[in-house]
Design a protein around this ligand. Sequence first.
Ligand code: SIN
Ligand code: FE2
Length: 216
Amino acid sequence: MSDLFSDANHAQPGVEILDSGVVLLHGFALQQSEALKREINKIDQQSPYRQLTTPGGLKMSVTTTSCGDLGWHSDEYGYRYVRRDPISDLPWPKMPDSFLQLASCAAAKAGFDHYKPDACLINRYMPGNKMSLHQDKNELDFSAPIVSVSLGLPAVFMFGGLRRSDPVSKLLLHHGDVLVWGGPARLRFHGVMSLGQGHDPAWGSQRINLTFRKAG
Ligand code: SIN
Ligand code: FE2
């Protein structure tokens, strides 16, 4: 599987089919990135980024928040989706229409029609922050893909197989890229390597990742 990503298939300009069910849309979110930033800032004001604890008691390296009907949460009781922000006990901020539209257009471009996510996890990486290999499996609906939007500093994404021990390919994700994985790839292990130092004129020294899911 090591040459998976060098053997890429370009169906249309900017659309890279990496494997069955895995599509990278180069720069797909670029034009909307300023509008996305304004929405992200509004969400942060209502439900601020926080550092979650894993069920094993470790602090996650990234800080996270959510919008949509369901928000992803982790603490000593496990990984799960919750309807209210545990900090405020209020519902999570509504998913902005621009988020929904971006996610469903990206999914359609990748071959997944009628995508209507109900959860958007927002991960904020500062230099040195990372995400270890994991599967996204707290969702009830695995028939819907994951749509993942990268903003700000570039990051090295790790894409493994269906077993933790499978070989891992590395993929550089740039500002504005959208990665979609679903169907036979929906439960593939993935993660993000430690974010390097850098400064983006519009985003500063950080990477923001929007991960859309159909969770409920
Ligand atoms: C995640 O798997 O939740 C994050 C992926 C990413 O930051 O690109
Ligand atoms: Fe994930």
